[in-house]
Design a protein around this ligand. Structure first.
Ligand SMILES: Nc1ncnc2c1ncn2[C@@H]1O[C@H](COP(=O)(O)OP(=O)(O)O)[C@@H](O)[C@H]1O
Ligand SMILES: [Mg+2]
Length: 247
């Protein structure tokens, strides 16, 4: 079971869009996928048009076994929802004397092997929940917005990664996914060249700016349901293909 955290980037760069549509793309290719929302905003459920009554907070808080909190969102695609309950969990984790960073990993251990992939959506920044997600994960997929990427943010990004790897050496940055590609903007190409120099083969094909991707959540649909022939669907299908190549 591969555990991939969509993480390490700022807000508004396409993390949730990527986590949900990558998970859906893998599920549509016949893989068994668990999407885990580790963000107090709980957007993943909204993007899938569902409202589960329980989620990660209940499981990691020890109130419920994982099987009971998991919501069957689509064929092959299960959801462990995020949301406000995670704020309480965050406080519980922070108050632990030791081992707080393993709280999520320990709670989800019974699910090992039940899926081909766990895809984790994380909040921006560096809080106890994001750290927990990274300790559970084996791989990181980092969306990088070509609209807001700067050299400084690239250096910050490298530093964050090094900081986690000091404590969780098995975690690898596997995929860097440029998002919001707009070919009319020349800066996009310069940034991509910088990313290629820094990340080489980890750099994936970009996800283009596509308004359909921002409309789909309003209908509670993935991009494959809302606009299956859009550039957004093509790009996320390609990303799922790239990830599956490494199985
Ligand atoms: N490739 C894209 N093209 C156009 N809009 C996008 C694209 N990716 C994401 N969006 C939109 O941008 C906003 C931020 O994306 P989101 O996935 O929520 O980012 P994050 O989770 O990193 O905060 C959302 O409104 C989303 O619908
Ligand atoms: Mg998000």
């Amino acid at each position: 079971m591969r555990k991939i955290a969509v993480a390490l980037s700022k807000g508004g760069v396409g993390k949730t869009t990527t986590a949900v549509n990558l998970a859906a793309g893998l599920a549509r290719a016949g893989r068994r996928v668990l999407l885990i929302d580790v963000d107090t905003q709980g957007q993943a459920a909204k993007l899938l048009g569902c409202a589960p009554s329980a989620g990660l907070a209940e499981v990691a808080g020890g109130e419920m076994p994982p099987e009971q909190a998991i919501f069957a969102a689509r064929e092959n695609l299960d959801l462990l929802a995020g949301g406000r309950g995670l704020a309480t969990l965050k406080r519980v984790i922070t108050r632990k004397d030791f081992g707080g960073e393993q709280t999520v990993a320990e709670a989800l251990a019974p699910l090992d092997g039940a899926y081909d992939y766990a895809i984790l959506d994380t909040a921006p920044g560096w809080d106890a929940l994001s750290v927990n997600a990274l300790f559970y994960a084996g791989e990181v997929l980092a969306p990088v917005s070509l609209e807001i990427m700067t050299l400084q943010s690239l250096l910050d990004f490298n530093q964050s990664l090094a900081a986690i790897q000091r404590y969780h050496g098995a975690l690898t940055l596997r995929y860097v996914v440029p998002t919001f590609l707009d070919r009319r903007v020349r800066k996009s190409d310069e940034i991509r060249a910088q990313l290629a120099r820094h990340f080489g083969s980890q750099l994936c094909e970009p996800v283009r700016y596509n308004v359909r991707l921002s409309e789909a959540p309003g209908y509670g649909q993935t991009i494959f349901e809302y606009a299956p022939h859009s550039p957004g669907a093509d790009d996320y299908r390609a990303l799922a293909g790239r990830v599956m190549q490494d199985d």
